[in-house]
Design a protein around this ligand. Structure first.
Ligand SMILES: Cc1cc2nc3c(=O)[nH]c(=O)nc-3n(C[C@H](O)[C@H](O)[C@H](O)COP(=O)(O)OP(=O)(O)OC[C@H]3O[C@@H](n4cnc5c(N)ncnc54)[C@H](O)[C@@H]3O)c2cc1C
Length: 460
């Protein structure tokens, strides 16, 4: 068994404080210029305008989120129109688009047409974010992405797991996805940028999984219950991934499951059976006040683990900010997350540097739609003298399409996170993404509102 060489510099908690502002600004402008050249259908522009309108009106936002929630359960366009009329009736400021839609949707004949149109709009919007209903359905879109210069990580959407049978079902779907995608990916053309970095080969197939879907026993106060229950299922997936030569990525969720996920992943990957594979990884959330300590713990484990493959760490800001804040307030606790966006942004950049310093023990994947956060990662990686293939950037399908286009056009390695699932599962995913995108602090929303790029590229 071979073990990885230690990083050139010790990955300590204080990253290099070199200022790279001119490089970051220049890169930010180059990325934005390429984004502007990305192909955009007329429907996209309409959807973006819709998101902008939603972001300005919290009541309209609440009404439409609820519509998206009930849409999959509606038996007919008429039923959807009735929901639309009722929900829009709750919006106080009845400006023309809202008041007209409400009036029309409550009339019998026109109401059916509005209901049908609303149903189609909801479907179309969900399709923008979802790559297919099943892994087999997703294959053509994944092959197109690959040919266009972007790798993917597939995520099988599912509802909350409350029974062992549901957990078994989710695990079986993941197992089948690994096998289906491994066969399909053999036919894809060579893409050297997507298939290797300084630490070795990178699997073509990459599946992101959720531990909360693999056990009904997620309890913050008793992580050992969930670990024991999920271990057998995750172990089976690790075996399949190893056999199929695929990468298995374990997503991070809310604080309730963080300890469970970290312990489970470190325990299983330390088992002799998994020391030489499969390629695997975890997620680090920069919005957590203790994310530096988390990274130290992961790096210590990687350094002492003796695995022959680099451990991938996907750095994100974190998708559960509101949940963590409200949950802490209800319990009278200090929230585990930073309270100001700028603090999460600063943490993200500090952790980016620590991760890049820790190569090749870890394979960093910097996941964000914030051009400043990405440009900073690229600039720092180049400052260290690393080739661009040693840095992976990640975006979400639907939200990061322009960015994906721009990053591949600039010769960088990009991976698009692609959810697959039916419309019902897709709806809750869509609602979460819309909520994220219409929050006032979002980089994407600031861009859509026309904020000055130079202002958005300033160091946090
Ligand atoms: C490929 C990919 C995979 C992902 N996987 C995961 C995952 O496994 N787990 C997960 O949790 N998330 C995941 N995410 C979502 C991610 O955590 C972010 O929610 C999302 O990317 C938005 O952050 P940004 O950097 O793109 O945008 P930005 O607009 O720069 O940042 C928005 C983020 O800032 C933070 N924030 C907002 N307001 C405040 C505030 N007042 N105080 C402090 N912080 C604030 C929140 O984290 C918010 O999501 C993933 C994202 C991508 C692109």
């Amino acid at each position: 068994m071979t073990t990885l060489a230690p990083p050139a510099a010790a990955p300590d908690a204080v990253p290099k404080s070199v200022s790279l502002e001119p490089e970051v600004r220049a890169l930010g402008h180059r990325i934005a210029a390429e984004q502007a050249r990305a192909p955009r259908g007329a429907g996209r522009t309409f959807e973006d305008r819709g998101m902008e309108l939603l972001s300005r009106d919290p009541q309209l936002r609440a009404a439409l989120f609820r519509l998206v929630d009930v849409a999959p359960a509606c038996a007919s366009p008429r039923e959807l129109a009735e929901h639309l009329a009722a929900l829009l009736g709750e919006v106080d400021r009845q400006r023309p688009p809202v008041s007209t839609a409400r009036r029309v949707s409550s009339r019998p004949v026109a109401g059916r047409a509005v209901g049908r149109a609303a149903g189609i709009a909801v479907h179309k919007m969900a399709q923008r974010f979802i790559v297919g209903e099943s892994p087999a359905d997703a294959v053509p879109a994944l092959a197109r992405l690959w040919r266009a210069g972007a790798a993917a990580s597939v995520d099988l959407l599912g509802e909350a797991t409350v029974t062992a049978a549901e957990a078994d079902h989710y695990t079986a779907r993941c197992d089948e996805a690994l096998r289906t995608l491994a066969v399909a990916a053999r036919a894809w053309p060579e893409r050297p940028m997507l298939e290797a970095d300084g630490a070795g080969g990178i699997p073509r197939v990459n599946l992101s999984v959720k531990v909360s879907a693999m056990t009904p026993h997620v309890r913050a106060d008793a992580p050992e219950l969930g670990i024991a229950d999920a271990a057998a299922r995750l172990r089976g997936l690790l075996r399949t991934a190893k056999e199929a030569g695929a990468h298995l990525h374990i997503d991070m969720e809310s604080m309730d499951s963080r300890e469970l996920i970290n312990e489970l992943v470190m325990t299983l990957l330390s088992e002799p059976e998994f020391r030489d594979g499969p390629s695997a990884g975890i997620v680090l959330q920069a919005y957590l006040r203790d994310s530096d300590e988390q990274l130290t713990r992961l790096l210590d484990w990687v350094a002492s683990g003796g695995r022959s493959l680099p451990f991938t760490i996907r750095l994100v800001k974190g998708a559960y900010w509101e949940h963590e804040t409200v949950d802490a307030q209800q319990h009278g606790w200090t929230p585990p997350v930073w309270e100001h966006k700028v603090e999460s942004d600063r943490s993200f950049e500090r952790l980016t540097r620590r991760l890049l310093d820790a190569r090749p023990l870890v394979r960093p994947a910097i996941a964000s739609h914030n051009v400043r956060s990405l440009a900073h990662a690229i600039a720092y990686s180049r400052h260290l003298g690393a080739p661009d293939c040693d840095l992976e950037l990640q975006v979400l399908r639907g939200l990061g399409d322009d960015l994906q286009h721009a990053l591949s056009a600039l010769g960088l390695r990009v991976r698009t996170y692609c959810p697959a699932g039916d419309l019902v599962a897709g709806m809750s995913y869509l609602v979460r993404r819309l909520l994220e995108n219409t929050s006032n602090d979002s980089f994407l929303l600031s861009r859509a509102r026309g904020a000055d790029l130079d202002r958005l590229l300033v160091a946090p």
